[in-house]
Design a protein around this ligand. Sequence first.
Ligand code: SF4
Length: 285
Amino acid sequence: MPFQIFQTESRSILSPVSGFLAEAGFTHSLTPARNCTFGCTYCYVPTMRVQAGLRPEDWRHWGHRTTFKHNAAELLKRELRPHQAIYCSPLTDPYQPAEADEGLFRGVLEAVAANPPRVFVIQTRGPLIVRDLDLLRILAERTSLRVSFSITTDRDEVRRIFEPHCAPIPERWQTAEALTAAGIETSIAMAPILPCDPEALVARALACSSGPIVADPFHVRAVKRSGATTREAAFGICAHHGWSEWLDPDFQRSILCRIAAAASAAGRDFGYGPGGFGLLAREVL
Ligand code: SF4
């Protein structure tokens, strides 16, 4: 099915946060589009349905369509305040491939630079972010800017199965390196942790980044009784490829311990769950 790209006019662009984002210290989220053409097989967003502001066609066709909020930059001019700590975005990737043609996020960054909040965190896995390095450098001088760059495994053959529409792992390491070299505080987000060599993954993450390392295993109902969870497609992939241990809470804890030990040995901050997001919400020193 070809990707479908839509535009809509939104009534607002910043949403007060609750739950784990509020617990972490964020005040608002910024979601520039509905749905995400990266379409990851484990993405928790479509499992939230209307709670995530989605429509039935979004969760039924997750990853096949996206709807850009074309007036996002205009709305930001009215809604930004200096005290805000903004997470962008828990519900889409601001640098999904369609952004290359849309060019919406440059306007968002210009608006944020004109009226900087206290903290601005960009969560992405899109190498397209290097397009905006000029604006990111300006923003980093005016606010606590942090890029949380998502790299979920060190094995590209695993990435191809779980994230076929995302950039290859080597390109993502290069992107993290470019951000760090440009002086942008860059964290590596291993969320969810896909089948990997944990020590190799964290070693590369430490080398390519300057900020905290954040990780989260697959969400499973054994430990997360309600709310957003892993998409069914990822459970099927784990069963098919013999990776079901990566869904087991005890095994997940052992992987988190190994990553934590490696980060600690390197003297770097590491967190998972709300604590990990708390590291992202801190002001950049
Ligand atoms: S990039 Fe993020 S929001 Fe987009 S499909 Fe993947 S996990 Fe979901």
